[in-house]
Design a protein around this ligand. Structure first.
Ligand code: ZN
Length: 139
């Protein structure tokens, strides 16, 4: 009687050969939750520190000195730029918070490749992968 005891597969072979993320959602589960939390926190921070009221209540002071007026003008200019940057950042974060519920989030808008999680962790409001962003900035 031949010993035909079949050697059991070691269990290793039965692992799915592609344990990576499915193509439905580039970012899911805990990672998505983590990024979502991060985005929400960034938004709260921006709203708390937003220099949105910095410009109010300054025009009352009379400044006859033109040098002082120039300095005042520059200060206002900087305040306006800071405000615009904050608003842009808020806008990107709001967009990411909307996108994160969809399959679009974590996918480059240009080449449709998945954006590496490492990059999303650093910049969760990004919509481009690094190569595409580099190309955009060079143009
Ligand atoms: Zn890309």
């Amino acid at each position: 009687m031949p010993a035909l005891t079949p050697s059991r597969p070691s269990g290793r072979a039965s692992l799915p050969h592609n344990p990576g993320p499915t193509h439905t959602k580039p970012v899911s589960g805990k990672r998505r939750l983590m990024l979502q939390t991060k985005l929400a926190r960034q938004r709260a921070l921006l709203l708390a520190n937003a220099p949105l009221s910095r410009l109010a209540g300054r025009e009352a002071e009379a400044q006859p000195d033109p040098l002082d007026q120039a300095a005042e003008g520059l200060e206002q200019e900087l305040a306006i730029q800071a405000r615009i940057r904050t608003l842009e950042q808020l806008h990107r974060i709001e967009r990411a918070l909307r996108l994160i519920r969809t399959q679009e989030y974590g996918r480059c808008r240009l080449c449709r490749q998945e954006i590496p999680f490492k990059r999303l962790a650093v910049k969760p409001d990004t919509i481009y992968c690094v190569p595409c962003l580099t190309r955009l900035e060079e143009e």
